[in-house]
Design a protein around this ligand. Sequence first.
Ligand SMILES: Nc1ncnc2c1ncn2[C@@H]1O[C@H](COP(=O)(O)OP(=O)(O)OP(=O)(O)O)[C@@H](O)[C@H]1O
Ligand SMILES: [Mg+2]
Length: 454
Amino acid sequence: MWYALLSSVLIILFSLVMYSVLKEKMRSDDEQLLAGRIAELRAILSQHASDYSRLREEIEREASTSPGIYLQVLDGKGVVIAETGGSVAKRIPDIPIRPETWTAGSGFDWIAEDGNSYRIMSSHLVLDQRFTVHAAIDRTNNEMLLADFWRLLSIVGLLVVVIAVAMSYGIARKGLRPISRLAAVMDQLDVHRLSHRVNEEPWPEELQPLAQMFDGLLSRLEVSFSRLSQFSADIAHELRTPLHILRGEAELTLTRAASVETYRASIESAADEYDRLSCMVDALLFLARSEQPDTHIDRQVLDARQEVVAVFDFYQAMADEQDITFTCLGEGTISADSALLRRALGNLVANALRHTPDGGRITVEIRPQPEHTITLIVSDTGYGIPPEDLPRVLERFYRADVARPRQGQGAGSGLGLAIVQSIMHLHGGTISIHSAIDHGTAVTLMFPSATTTG
Ligand SMILES: Nc1ncnc2c1ncn2[C@@H]1O[C@H](COP(=O)(O)OP(=O)(O)OP(=O)(O)O)[C@@H](O)[C@H]1O
Ligand SMILES: [Mg+2]
C-alpha cells in the first residue's frame, strides 16, 4: 500500500512539474517574441512617425515576417494609425499601460469573444505626441497543446498508478512468500524435531540472519532439552541403585532366620541409605526451586569472616579427625543470603575435606574487589581435579574421582557443586574452579555488590 501510494504521489508530482515547466516555457517564449516585435515597432515608429503611409508599409512588412502576431499603432488621441491582422487587432482592449512597461513590457492574457486566447504586450513611445503600440500573439494552439499534454499526462499517470499498485502488490507478495514458507517450516518443529535446522534451505539474503538466529535458538533448546532428559535419566539411575540395595538387603534379611543383631545392623545400614536418599532428594528439590525465575533470596549485609568461621565450626570435628587445619584470611562485608552462603561454603569445605589427605590445609580467603564486589576463595592442598574432568564437575551428578581414594565415608551424589553454582546464580555471582593434580583445588566465588544486582 505504501509502495503504491509513494509511487502515485511521485508520478502526480512529476506530471505537475512537467506541465508547469512546459507552460512557463511557452509563456516566456511568447513574451520574448512579443518584446522583440514591440522593439521593432518602436524602431519603425521613431523613424517614420510623421509619414503614416510609410509607417503602415513598414509595419505590414514587419508583420509578414512573423505570422500569428498582430500589431497595432495608435496616435496620441487613441486613433489607430496602423495595424495588421485586422479584426483581431481591432478588438484589442483599451488598456492603461503602466509606465514601467513602456520599454520593457510584460504581457497579459486575453480571451477574445470567439474563445481564442491571446497574449498582449503594449508600450508607449513619446515623440511629438504619445504613441501607443500593441503586439498580440494567438495562443490558441499553445493552449490546445497544453490541454492535450495535460490529458496525456492524466491518462499515462493513471495507467502508471494502476501498474504501480499492481506491481507493488506483486512484489510485496513475492517478497513475503519466503516468510510464509519460513513460518510453515517453523510450524512443523516440535520437541521431537529439535535437530531440524531451518537454514538448510536457500533463504533470501534478508531472511538469513533470522533463520540463523532461529537455528541458534533451536541449538540452545536442543542442548537444554537433551540436558534435561539426561538429568531425568540420571535421577532415575541415581535413585534406582540405592533402592535396589535396600530391597536386596531387606529380602536377604527376610530369607534367613537372623538374630536381633543382624536385624539391627540391617536396619541401621538401611537408615544410612535412607539418609543419603533423602539428602539427594533435598538437593534435587533445592536445585529445582532455585531455577524458578521468581525465587526470592533473603539478602543481608553480612560479615564474611563470621560466616566462614561458622562453617569452619560446623566441620571442625571432621577436620580434627583428618588432622586438617582451617585458615580464614582477610575480611569484608558481603551482601548475601546467610543460609545460602553457608550452604555454598559448606559444600566447598566438605569437598575439600573429602579430597584432601590427612595433615592438609583448607583456606578461605576473603578478598574485597573494586566496585563493592567481593570474592571468596576456598582452596585446599588436596588431590586436585583431573583437567579432563574440570569442565564437567559443575554438572549435576558428575563425580570426577570414581577411581580415586576418598577421604571420609560414603560417595557423594555429585550435586554439591551444582548447588553452589545455582546459589551463585541466585546472587548474580559466578563460580570458577582452578585445580592442579596433587597440588590442590581453588574455588572462587564472586559476589557482586548489592546495588548492581538490586
Ligand atoms: N576440592 C576438591 N578436590 C578434588 N576434587 C574435587 C573437589 N571438589 C570437587 N571435586 C570433584 O568434583 C566432583 C563433583 O563435586 P560435587 O561437590 O558436585 O559432588 P560430590 O562431592 O561428589 O557429591 P556431593 O557434594 O553431592 O556430596 C567430585 O566428585 C570430585 O571429583
Ligand atoms: Mg561435594
